[in-house]
Design a protein around this ligand. Structure first.
Ligand code: PGA
Length: 256
């Protein structure tokens, strides 16, 4: 795991954007796993400004609420089109977002996994982290080998996400999310976290025990993970100085 700590969220998003741009340059038909929420917005803005070629890129979003109309402003489909897809030359048919209105959700989830396989697997999965350590919507106690499925949100997550809705009661109770097993099969993972509200979850994920109580800790078992943090999100890391000096002393050929 490579932990990259920058003074501000803007600088951390700069590093993340350079990394993602490098992946698309090397592999113009890359398969990206994408996340929603506040955290990746700065990354998406930078990728748009870079005017990269998305013509051959395929994307799979990690999660979606169950039961929100696709054009509901808080659906992740609406979020992705408003904040990324509308601004780049991606082919509509290459965009995949879980269908939270599928008639048969278990069947849909099996198909979603198959579509990821058919696309050749995910090259790079972008992740945020919940204040409770969730990745995607894999809430604490999710199986560390889980696949795409329906999940029930915890009260903490519904509370965290209530800021996007009129009130907590409006936040859907159920979601469709890729599983931790799905995320672990991505060739690379890039986790972003900013702000002190994420500090504890980040420290537990990187330096804590591997446990389903902190789903992001499963990433310790993944061979190729980068974590881009601002100072506030890194404040509880015991090995912070080590990560900083490792990054500063990284040989040029390893930079992206
Ligand atoms: P956020 O959400 O980026 O809005 O903080 C992250 C998450 O819950 O995974």
């Amino acid at each position: 795991m490579e932990v990259i700590i920058q003074p501000t969220p803007e600088e951390a998003a700069d590093v993340a954007a350079q990394f993602v741009a490098g992946v698309l340059e090397k592999k113009p038909d890359a398969v990206l796993g994408l996340a929603t929420g506040n955290t990746p917005l700065g990354l998406y803005r930078r990728l748009i400004a870079m005017k990269l070629d998305w013509k051959k890129v395929t994307t799979f979003n990690i999660d979606e609420y169950v039961g929100l109309a696709p054009d509901h402003p808080q659906s992740y489909r609406a979020f992705m089109w408003a904040n990324l897809f509308r601004h780049v030359n991606i082919a509509k048919e290459n965009v995949h977002i879980p269908d939270g209105n599928a008639k048969n959700i278990p069947e849909f989830c099996t198909e979603y996994e198959q579509r990821i396989k058919d696309a050749g697997g995910i090259d790079l999965q972008i992740l945020g982290i919940g204040s409770n350590g969730h990745i995607g919507f894999n809430e604490p106690t999710s199986s560390l080998t889980s696949r795409t499925r329906i999940k029930t949100l915890t009260e903490q997550t519904r509370n965290d996400n209530a800021r996007f809705f009129r009130n907590e009661a409006e936040v859907p109770l159920h979601v469709v999310t890729m599983g931790i097993g799905t995320i672990m099969e991505a060739r690379q993972n890039l986790l972003l976290a900013f702000g002190s509200s994420k500090a504890r979850a980040v420290a537990m994920a990187i330096e804590g025990s591997i446990t389903s109580l902190n789903p992001a800790s499963a990433l310790q078992m993944h061979p190729d993970v980068k974590v881009c943090l601002d100072d506030a999100a890194a404040q509880d890391l015991q090995w912070k100085q080590y990560y900083q000096s490792t990054y500063q002393n990284k040989p040029d050929w390893q930079r992206f």
